[in-house]
Structures are given as C-alpha cells and as structure tokens.
Design a protein around this ligand. Structure first.
Ligand code: SF4
Ligand code: SF4
Length: 421
C-alpha cells in the first residue's frame, strides 16, 4: 500500500491510493460551546437535499448529544473499539514528539488496521455496516447527561454542581456532516471508483451513475456519512452544497457562499471556508484566512477523531466543561491548549471569532483595525483585556464583504405598529 503524509497524525501512513491534493480544500470550524441544538442546520440541509422518498432516515447534517447520542447509534464507540481490538493498548499519542501540531499518533489508523484484521482478503479499510435499527433514531439520548464517576446516565435532577473547569454532570452537542476528508475512507473502499474528490475544492462526491449500491463506502466511513437509499439502490452523501461554494447562487454574483447548514446556524457556531493546500497535503500558510487562523495560528479548532486517519476537514472548538480525558480521545492532544486559548482569547482570536456568522459569503482574508480598550478583568490568575476592534472580511477578489466589531453592534428598529412583532 502506498504511504501518504498525514499532518494531523504527525507522520506518514498507509493509504490505498497515491497522494493527490486539491488546489483548495473545503473546511469548517464549529464552536461547540455555543451550540443550542436547535437543529436548524439539520432541517436546512434536509429541506434542501434529502426530502424525497427513500431519504426519510437520511440526515446528512445531524447534531447529537454526547456522550450517549449518535447517528447512527454508537458510531464512534464502535469503530474505536474495533481499532482497540486490533491494537490493544496501542492507540496512543506521543504529544511531545516532533511531527505535527499535536505530536505523533503511534497507533493504527483504519487503513493500517485493515491490513492486520481478519477482514475479507483485499478489504482496504476497517469498518462496519450499521444495522437498520441504529439508523432509525437520529437524536437518541438528546440532552441526557453523564455524571462523572458513573457509567449510567445522570438523573434528570442534575444533583451535582456545575463549575469550571469540569462539570460533574455534563453533556454537549456535537454537530456533524461529511468531513470531505483529505484521505477519504469512502473513496478508498469503493470497488467501482464511483467516489471522487474534486480538484478545485476537495469536496468528496459519489457519482450516482457509477455507484452500484455495494455499500462499501457506508461500511468504510468511520463517521458514517455516506447513506444507502433504498428507492434508488445507490448511496448518497453530503455534497457540501457545491453550487453555493462555487458561486453559482445568482445572489452572490459568482462569489463563493457558505453551505445551507452553515448559513442557517442560529447559535452562530459555524464558519466555513476554503484553505490553500500545499504539495505535501498540508495547508499552505495563510494566517489571514479565518479557518487557517483558528486551526493553525490560534490552534483552537481541532479535528474530530484524527486518529482514525482520514484527515477530516471539520474542526471543533471543544466544550469547556466536559472531562478532559473524554475530549482528548475525541479531538486529540491539542485539547488543553485549545481550551486555554479559548477561555482567555487573544485580541486577534476574539476579533476572528466575531466574524463567525457575520456574513453568508466565504471569507478568504481578514484584517483587524484596532479600537479602544472596553473591559478588563483577571482570567485564571492573569490580567485580560477586551478591545473593541473592527474586523473586516474580504472575498477571493479582495472586495470587502463584511465589517463588524468585537462589541456586537446593537440595532434598534423603529416600532411602526402597536404590535411590533
Ligand atoms: S467523512 Fe466519510 S463520507 Fe465524508 S469524505 Fe470522510 S470518509 Fe468519505
Ligand atoms: S443551527 Fe447552529 S446552534 Fe442550531 S443545532 Fe445547528 S449548529 Fe447548533
């Protein structure tokens, strides 16, 4: 099997195909601290793409409650257990080693574990097919909390205290869609070569004409984001709203626009963009690109289960209150730095976070204009100050598309009628 460089793991890894990278890559950052699980994103996606017969249980975007929820049920616990069985006690990170931003992952990825597993000869990826029952409850265990120190869900009364750095009774929302991975497991597993990664933006698509519905992608994707449609007998998955991302929406005059799930986000947790990819698959340095800044400069956005090896392009700011060991197994060793940086954000980070959901257009570059100090206090024993800086976002042509301030502007609407609702 050829080897490719996986920067998230800090090392080379086995992958069934030679490395090939797009010019730019679709990527997103979600701030889990802000999500209210309103499911507006879920319904925006469903009402756009999966409202037809045979798609009833198909949720390309879903928001699940961790630790118990999952769509399909237990998707992450199942694949992590399978990997552990292949490499008992060996699925560990060396966070101090030189390699990538999170150190080096010493365990086996789903591609490497497939070589030693008892899977059928020629299986390229370690995976499993969820049962029909597991697909049936997209929001099972919604808002069910866990009490640290017990294995059972906490009683609804939440008897324990909730204080940082870790709540004794906790849950959080995990927003999920296809990660348009750099090394897609779905693509690697397809015997028909029906899955491809677009060279202009790295979006991963299933060719509906070539697909024969073998479900090898459903089995291989560790995030379980390709889904089989019984009425057409082929698989479907998130298409990253590519007509919007390529600027085919007439409202934007040919300029790239974020996806439906991003732009509808009520909690203002989502920002999506396109990052430039270098020759070795790593991101080219673009410190003024908001996505690059959050992932590589501030290092608050972390990949979801990077140890699986697909190099997912969805990044998450972890929830501040959940137990660190749980978060480290989910987002890797970068969790502690990310939470420290998020709890007392630098002046630049606070400005960039203010851009999240300030526009529906894709921001390629930002600039900050310094404003006055408006607030100061101590955080974790250290002085911290807030400045009312102005942040400006530009599109790919360099035109200004958004301008906002760190202190959220307040707009008072004139009440025209007795009932102003
Ligand atoms: S998340 Fe799954 S379906 Fe999406 S690109 Fe990665 S492997 Fe393929
Ligand atoms: S729309 Fe935003 S806040 Fe609402 S569930 Fe989706 S990600 Fe969370």
């Amino acid at each position: 099997m050829p080897t490719v460089k996986n920067w998230q793991l800090g090392r080379e890894m086995a992958y069934p195909y030679e490395a090939k990278y797009p010019a730019r890559q679709f990527a997103f950052v979600f701030n889990t601290n802000r999500c209210i699980a309103c499911q507006t994103c879920t319904m925006a996606c469903k009402s756009t793409w999966t409202f037809s017969r045979g798609q009833e249980l198909m949720w390309w975007n879903n928001v699940e409650t961790k630790p118990y929820g999952g769509y399909p049920q237990n998707w992450d616990a199942k694949i992590l257990s399978m990997l552990d069985r292949q490499n008992p006690g060996g699925q560990v990170w060396d966070a101090q080693a030189e390699g990538g931003p999170y150190g080096v992952f010493r365990g086996k990825t789903i591609f490497e574990a497939a070589q030693t597993s008892a899977r059928p000869e020629g299986a390229r990826v370690l995976g499993y097919l969820p049962t029909d029952e597991e697909w049936r409850f997209p929001n099972i265990y919604e808002d069910v909390a866990r009490e640290t120190g017990t294995a059972e869900p906490a009683p609804r009364s939440y008897p324990q205290r909730a204080e940082l750095p870790e709540h004794a009774t906790w849950f959080f929302y995990l927003q999920r869609l296809c990660n348009h991975c750099t090394y897609p497991a779905c693509l690697a597993a397809c015997p028909r070569k029906a899955i491809y990664k677009r060279k202009e933006d790295g979006i991963v698509l299933i060719d509906q004409e070539r697909c024969r519905g073998y479900r090898r992608c459903v089995e291989a994707c560790p995030y379980k984001k390709p889904m089989f449609r019984s009425t057409t007998r082929v698989s479907e998955k998130c298409i990253a709203c590519y007509p919007r991302v390529t600027g085919q929406d007439p409202l934007t005059e040919g300029q790239p626009m974020e996806t439906r799930c991003m732009t509808s986000c009520v909690g203002k947790i989502r920002i999506q963009g396109l990052v430039e990819i270098g020759e070795d698959g790593a991101w080219a340095r673009e410190p003024q690109n908001p996505i690059y800044f959050l992932v590589h400069e501030a290092k608050v956005g972390l990949p979801l289960y990077p140890q699986l090896g697909t190099s997912p392009n969805g990044y998450y700011i972890p929830p501040r209150w959940a137990p660190r060991p749980y978060l480290r197994q989910m987002f890797g060793p970068g969790v502690d730095h990310a939470l420290e940086a998020y709890a007392a954000p630098s002046r630049e980070l606070l400005a960039v976070l203010s851009l999240v959901r300030a526009t529906q257009r894709i921001i390629h570059r930002f600039e900050i204009q310094e404003g006055p100090k408006v607030f100061e206090r101590e955080i974790n024993g250290r002085p911290w100050a807030m400045y009312n800086d102005t942040i400006i976002g530009f599109d790919k042509r360099g035109h200004e598309i958004v301008r906002t301030t760190v202190e959220e502007p307040i707009h008072v609407r004139e009440a025209r009628h007795a009932n102003s609702i």
